[in-house]
Design a protein around this ligand. Sequence first.
Ligand SMILES: [Zn+2]
Length: 213
Amino acid sequence: MRMVLLGAPGSGKGTQADLLKDKYLCAHISTGDIFRRNLKDKTELGVKAGEFMNRGELVPDEIVIGMVKDRLREPDASSGFLMDGFPRTIPQAEAFDAMLDELGTPLDAIILLDIDEEILVKRLTNRRTCRACGKIWNLLSMKTENKTVCSDCGGELYQRDDDAELVIRNRLKVYHDQTSPLVSWYAKTGKLYTIEASASPDETLKKIQAALG
Ligand SMILES: [Zn+2]
């Protein structure tokens, strides 16, 4: 199975990526991981990307695409893959299509995790981080009486600046502006599956499996 996973911050994309990877025995390819590895190993593309990042500039599409192409040639991707964080733009999606054509491995599905924005905001603004161990909790799902301390280590819980409502609304706006054109573009392929993802991770997984047939 060759899939692209799309979803807003807080939509449970990471959780679904883990579940899908195990279910369909495919490689979970996240652009974050690819970047970190290329930078660490100082590959040619990694060094080039680093130069742009050091200047505070966006890494050009051709470098990102080159890294994805190298990653797809690794053995674990031959049985299928799950793309997470790529493509982000239409030019990237076009280049990705051309790359898959060349490899003779077209996409089977594009999965869009769809959740009402108010639910996302509620979920994200209820996140708290432990000052001592760094674990992330959610006030909505914590099972203890005292929700000001970490149930694992007793450390103090606090709200990160990233999880403040205004910051979250802004991140969601950026996500929608960036992703809407991509969603319309993929809709034309007939392989886009929009999955309502506000229920539990297991229920969302079931919906995805039903859609994929
Ligand atoms: Zn803790």
